[in-house]
Ligand binder design. Sequence first.
Ligand SMILES: Cc1ncc(COP(=O)(O)O)c(C=O)c1O
Length: 455
Amino acid sequence: MATKEFPLAPETAPLVKTPYRCIQTAIPVPESLPLLERLRDMEPRSMGGQPPILWHHGEGACISDPYGNTWIDFSSGVLVTASGHGRPEIVEAICGMAHQGLYHAYCFPSEIRARLVEEIEQWLPAPLRRVFLLTTGSEATECCIKLARTYGLQAGGPKKNILVTFDNAFHGRTMGAQLAGGAAGLKGWLGEPDPHFVQVPFPEGFRQKDVRFEVFEASLQAQGVDPDRVCGVMSETFQGCNAALMPAEYAQQLRAWCGLHKAVLIFDEVQAAFGRSGRAFGFQHLGVVPDLAACGKGISGGMPLSAVLGTESLMNMYGPGEMTSTHSANPVCAAAALANLNVIRKKGLIENAARLDPVLRQGAEAIAHAAKGRVGAWNAVGLVAAIQFTRPGSTTPDPDTAWNVAHRAYQRGVMLFAPVGVGGCAIKLCPPLVINEEALREGLEVLCEITAELA
Ligand SMILES: Cc1ncc(COP(=O)(O)O)c(C=O)c1O
C-alpha cells in the first residue's frame, strides 16, 4: 500500500524550544521547497513518502535541518543510527579510512575487514560461528534464502526446496526477499504465488490470536506442504510491522521442528540485532539460536553494511569465489561498523535499551490510552515500539490517524518515519540507542498529546 505524501505547503507550527527540540520556522521550511520539489520531480514517486524535512546534521538522538530546527529522532533513520547521529568515533573511523587511502577492496583481504569480522564473532553464541559481510539487509536475507535452498538440495534433493515464512513479514525489496515477505500488498508485482515460498500466520496475538505452535503445523497441512520438503523457515525475531516478538515457547517448538525436519532456521535480525531489543540479538529473548541470522541496519550505525551469521557447515557450502559481493566489507563502511559496535559495547547501549524498555512501554501504553479506542494493539521491546491505529473495536487498519500522528509529530519536533505495517496503520518509535530518559519521555509526551487531540 502506498504511503500518502506529506504536503509541501508550509504550515505555521507553534514555536517549540526545549533542550532536545526546536521548531522556529514554518514546516516544511519555505526556503527548502525548491529542493524538495525538485526531488519529487526527478525521483520515482516512491522516494517521496517521508516527512518533507531536509536532514542536514545530527547529534545523539536529535536530527537538525539547515534552518535551525531540531527534532527528537524517533526513527533512527529506519532503525540504523544505533549509536546516535554524528557519533565522533564513527566520524573519525570514516575519515581515518578515507585518509588511509582505502575506500574499496572487493574481496581482496584488508585489515579492517579482519578486525570487524573478529569483533562480530565475539558477539556470536554457538553454534553461530562464521560471518559474511554484505551491503544491505535484503542482500543478507537473499543470501540466507540461497543457503537454505542449497542446504535443501544437498540434504534432501531437488524437492526439498520450500521456504516457510510468516504473514506480514518484511525481508527486503529484492525478488527473493519479497517472495519470502508476507505482506500481500507488496507482492502484487510478483504475479502468481510461488509454491516454493509459503507463509503461515505470525503469532502476534492481535490479528492472529492463537499463538500456539500447532497453528504453524496446521497451516502447512492446510496448504498441502509436506514438512520434509521444507528446506528452511525464516522469521523476524520481532516483526518490524508490529514490534511483536515471536513467543519464546513457539520459537523453541519451531527450533525443534526444524531439527526434526532438517530445515534451516533463519532469523531475520536486520532490525533487531546489536542491541535494539535490549539484548544483543532478538533471538536471545526466545531461548533459541538460529542456524543463520541476517543482520543490517544497526550493525553499522549508518553506513551500508550487512552480515549473514551462520554455522560452520552452512557457511562453508560454497567454495572460494562462489559467494561474494562487489562491496562486501567496504573498508569505509567496515571502519564505521567497527566503531559503532565498539561504542555499543563500551558505552553500554544495549543496557540503555533494556533500562529504557519500561519507559517506552509505559509511553506506548499511555498513547494507546489517549487514543480512546483507536489503537488496536501496541508492542514494545527494548527501544522499539509499534502502535497500530485501528477503527474502534476492530482490527481494521486506520492509516489516516497514524498518518496524522506522524504529520503533527514532525511539526512539533518529533521525527517519525511514515506509518508502516498492515494497511500502513502503525507508527514506529525507535530512537537511537543513545537516547536518554529525559528526551525519550519528552518525545513520548508529545505523541501522547497529539494522539489525545486526534481522538
Ligand atoms: C526485518 C528486515 N529485513 C530486511 C530488510 C531489508 O533491509 P534493506 O532495506 O537494508 O535491504 C529490512 C528493511 O527495512 C527489515 O526491516
